[in-house]
Every structure is written in C-alpha cells, then in structure tokens.
Ligand binder design. Structure first.
Ligand SMILES: O=P(O)(O)OC[C@H]1O[C@](O)(CO)[C@@H](O)[C@@H]1O
Length: 450
C-alpha cells in the first residue's frame, strides 16, 4: 500500500525507536490540546479539519475563476508573501513541468504563474513589468491581513500596469483578491472596485492556508488538479488522526524532532535529492520557523538540495559542529527516466555506469550520503513519498502541518502566532516616515551608525 512514511531505522546507532516510543505520553498531551482545541492558539485550528470539510461551492467558484483566468490570460501574477505565496509556489514547482524549461510541446495552453510582492527587489519588479509587455495577464493578490507592505506595493505597481493596458472596466475583471472576510485595506478596495474575492477563513493562519483559496486558486489556474490535492490532504487528515506513535508517521516525525532537540540538536536540515522540492522546503521553513521559533526556543529549520549542495555544504554536514540532524525526503518513483549513454569508450571512466538509469544513480547517492552522515554523527530520518503527484503533495503538506502543530505543543509554545515578525516592520515603517512614529524614528536614526 502506498503511504507517506517516516523512518529512523538507518540511524539506529544514534537514535532508537525505543527513545521515540518513550515520548508517547507527551504526544498524547499535545494531541489532546490540538484535538480538544484547548491549547494556545486554539482560535487558529481551522486548518485541522479543513480538507474533509471543504466547501464544495467554493471549490466550484475557484475552478470557474481559474478557467476564466486561463481564458483571458497567458500569465497570472500572484502577489503575496510568506504563507500567502509559498504553498502555491511549492506545489507549482513540484507539479507544473512547464516551470522547468517553458511550455511543453503539444500540451494544451499552460498558463504561466509568476510571483511578485514576496520581496521589494526593484530589479526584479522592473524586469517583470517589462517581461509582461505583449503578454496577456491577470492578477491574484493574496494577503490575509490586507496590509502587508511588500504585496501592497507590488499590487499598486501591477494594478497600475493593468489599468493602463486594459482600462478601468476590463482590469476589474482581471483582478482576483484573496483576503480576510471583513478586515483590511485590501478587502475595502476589493469591495469598492468590485473585484472577485475569495475568503481566507479567520481561523486559518497564513502558513497553514495552502488548502484555502490562498493556494487553491493559483494552483487551479496553473492547471493542476485541486480535487486531487485536497483529496490527498483529506486522506492525511484521516490517516493521521490517531495519537498512537506506531501508526502515526507525522507524530513519529514530531517526536523525533523533539527528542533530538532535547539532545542539543538545534538545527534541522530538510534535504531532498530532487530539485523540484526546493520551494516545498521553503514553505516548510516558514511553517516550522514561525511556529516554533519563539521564547528563545525552537529548532532552526534549514534546507539543502542534494547532490548540488553536497559540493558546497556537504563538508559542514559531514564534519562541522554536531548540532544538526537531517530529514531526507525520498520520492519512491520518479516520473521520467534518463540513461547514461553508451559512448563505446571509457575515456571519462564512466563505462561502469553505461545504460544505467539516472534515477537509480541518484538513489545510490542518497543511500551513500545518508550512511556517511550517520557515520559522521548526524541523525537522519527518511520521509518517503510515493510519487510527485497532486494527491501525495496534498498529503505531505497536511502531514507537515499536523506534525508542526504537535511539535510546537511539545516544545511548549503557541505554534499559531508570530509576534516576533512585527519588530522589523515597526522599525521599517518608522524609518520610512509613517505618520505617528516620529519619536521612534529619531531613536532609530540616532542608533544607526553612519
Ligand atoms: O497574508 P499576509 O497578511 O499578507 O501575511 C503574509 C505573511 O506575513 C506574516 O504575517 C509575517 O509578517 C506571515 O505570517 C504571513 O504568512
């Protein structure tokens, strides 16, 4: 039977199943807080049963909007930051093959999704604006608060471009807003202008929102089957309902993290041997980083792409400070196959690999790397994913959400808030001269070394 599993048996010399099993009482407690909705952040548990309770009417509306976008445009500019873009980007990078090397020959129209508002890089926005010349485009602006600076600025820029190109009336049909039901500047603007709007439920935080329209609209617009994605998530919801560590792989993953953290391992590397997982790792970093990094606690989540990074960071992982552990994503079945050519000579010393599959070679690299890292004192857990499909990516993302909530409760923090991110914003607003922050501006300017 295909399933996403988490296995630490290769690391038996460093961490035993027994030590994980001993955490069952802590898991039970965290499970209770989560499922009885009595823990910190309980007002943000809308994601927990979201896949199984999703509103069919809303899915229909999302599919209709996705179709309209595909009909009216070649490009969808998705504007958002953090949880308001990473989930969709992760799924697209994993599943939309055209993202690798452009539109695939012979395929039906594939809408290209590009991102903006996830930074304030002038060069990037300048070139994107120019690249859009001569391309039909629509915008999906996504912000739960409706007030985040980076997407708000990008929205101004691309809305202006859209209005100049299509005029006020037509551009209104090309702007899709995903935001809070009531609050925020974006909601106000959407109501005023009559943009088609989608709601981010109050009880779902940004980093847990990929199965809401935050993720599903851009994913559907890219031509990916959102029913499959949600079906995978619903399957995970059901399979990961039990608190029993033996049968709940997400809880085993949470317990493994918690155990290693107690042993002084404060950095987790999420590694994969498949470059298409890059943005899934970025999404995972926000999920765990914002959920756990608080009260001067928490594992620092980072990621590496192998074998690429074995040639840059491999030395550190093998032999640097022993404060790290690794979680390796292993996809059981790769979609495509490439053979090492038989060139009839052995000038490059690769004769022993002729006619062998690249997937197999990559897999041997995975096995060799895991064994080397374990020998070097780095515990490694293997997260096996049956295949890169919408279903299993939906399953995997829910798996991480659930394990993150449990892991956060085991750590003793509120996994659903992010008070620390406000500090840079307060300083930035004040330095930019936001009215009402003059006093702080003086203090900051005096502090900044010229
Ligand atoms: O959707 P919003 O409100 O624009 O927020 C975007 C991101 O910014 C943060 O609030 C951090 O500032 C994240 O938690 C969130 O995912």
């Amino acid at each position: 039977m295909k399933i996403i599993d988490f296995d630490i048996s290769q690391s038996a010399s460093l961490i035993t199943d027994d030590s994980i099993q001993k955490l069952q009482p802590h898991i039970n407690l965290a499970h209770q807080l989560l499922h009885e909705k009595t823990g910190p952040g309980k007002e943000y548990l809308g994601w927990l049963e979201l896949p199984s309770t999703i509103n069919k009417e809303e899915i229909k509306r999302i599919k209709e909007a996705a179709l309209a976008i595909r009909e009216q445009s070649d490009v969808l500019v998705v504007i958002g930051i953090g949880g308001s873009y990473l989930g969709a980007r992760a799924v697209l990078e994993l599943l939309q093959t055209s993202r690798l090397f452009g539109k695939q020959e012979g395929r039906a129209q594939e809408l290209q999704v590009v991102f903006a508002g996830h930074q304030m890089d002038a060069d990037y926005l300048y070139h994107l604006k120019h690249w859009l010349q001569g391309r039909e485009f629509s915008i999906n602006v996504i912000s739960k608060s409706g007030t985040t600076t980076e997407p708000a600025i990008a929205f101004r820029i691309f809305r202006q471009l859209l209005e100049e190109r299509y005029g006020d009336k037509e551009s209104r049909k090309r702007i899709y807003v995903t935001t809070d039901a009531e609050k925020g500047a974006l909601k106000k603007l959407a109501d005023e202008k009559g943009y088609q709007s989608f709601i981010i439920p109050d009880d779902v935080g940004g980093r847990y929102s990929v199965f809401t329209p935050v993720g599903t609209l851009p994913i559907a617009a890219a031509g990916i089957d959102i029913d499959e994605l949600l079906c995978g998530a619903a399957k995970a919801e059901k399979s990961l309902e039990t608190p029993c560590l033996k049968s709940n792989a997400a809880y085993r993953y949470a317990a493994y993290r918690s155990f290693l953290y107690q042993q002084g391992k404060s950095i987790e590397i999420l590694a994969s041997f498949d470059s298409q997982y890059h943005y899934l790792c970025e999404w995972w970093k926000q999920l765990f980083g914002e959920s756990e990094g608080k009260e001067k606690k928490g594992i620092f989540p980072t990621s590496l792409q192998y074998t690429t990074d074995l040639h840059s960071m491999g030395q550190y992982v093998q032999d640097g400070r022993r404060t790290i552990f690794e979680t390796v994503i292993k996809t059981e079945e790769s979609k495509e196959n490439v053979l090492v050519p038989d060139t009839g000579d052995n000038n490059d010393g690769l004769e022993y690999l002729k006619n062998r599959e690249l997937g197999m070679i990559n897999n041997k690299a995975l096995e060799g790397t895991i064994m080397a890292h374990i020998d070097g004192g780095v515990p490694v857990g293997i997260l096996s994913v049956p295949e890169k499909s919408a279903f299993w990516i939906g399953y995997l993302m829910y798996f991480f959400q659930k394990s993150c909530a449990i892991s956060g409760y085991m750590l003793g923090v509120n996994p659903f808030d992010q008070p620390g991110v406000e500090d840079y914003k307060r300083n930035m607003f004040s330095l930019l001269g936001k009215p009402g922050t003059e006093q702080l501006r003086q203090e900051l300017e005096a502090k900044w070394k010229k």
